[in-house]
Design a protein around this ligand. Sequence first.
Ligand code: PPS
Length: 292
Amino acid sequence: MDQLRPKLFDFHGVSMTHFFTDNWDKVQNFKAKPDDIVVATYPKAGTTWVCYILDLLYFGQTCPEREKSVTIYDRVPFLEFICPQYPTGIDMADTLPTSPRIIKTHLPVQFLPKSFWQQNCKIVYVARNAKDNVVSYFHFDRMEKVQPEPGDWSSFLQRFKEGKMVFGSWYDHVCGWWEKKRTYSNIHYMFYEDLVKDTGLEIKKLGSFLGLSTSEEERKKIVACVQFDVMKANPMTNLSDDPTLDCSVSQFLRKGKVGDWKNHFTVAQKEQFDEHYKQKMKDTNLQFCEEI
Ligand code: PPS
């Protein structure tokens, strides 16, 4: 697998690897259905968590056997992913047996296939504070053999600030989707930190956005199923059978905390990061919480 580690290149102004651009025409021409639900995130913002919540909201009661036999990655196709020996995200989405389709993407807003907008699809965007996001991304790139080599922590952090990450700049991603909310009302923008603080409330808000009438009892069951330790122990959600992940290096469900960045940033790194962050975020009213 090691020889698979790809190089980053500039793709229409965004750093990408070929695992997310090789199927570009098919991705851009993807035919969305009006009831498709898109989960859009910058990598490591809590995508899998929210995909699982949505899957339980829609299918937890009607298809309980799926929850025990089909991994979350097979239930929620990753739209732009293409890798030898795997079905493409597009093929998986086209052949999904369930409805609605829940579809994951890490694409920045300007790359989302246009038919999702044309069909007025519901989009759930999940954002995570930059410091925890970059820490999680660093550990993921250490273990994920189809990501570029991360190098050491300080060079990784520097590249994060410069936007030289797969799927580009965190700043552009979170702000791009935030701005889109002004003109496209079917986006529910949520935060990883809020999910940690009050999972039940966030699930309730998600349900209202989606127009679901999930009972309180069912919501409580979902809250229990999506706890970090429960998902980590569940082979359907912990990605333990993914051959591209080297679990001897790190874990996919690694810590699941807000504020783990404090164990990684030096005092100088934090100060420089905060200064840079202030500049990059000076034109937005988007705000994050870095500790709870
Ligand atoms: S990916 O590869 O982009 O799809 O990764 P993604 O799923 O977006 O993010 C992985 C991080 O989300 C954490 N996670 C959770 N945190 C709290 N509770 C639950 N249930 C949960 N599920 C996933 C996961 O642990 C990764 O964060 P870190 O900080 O690395 O632990």
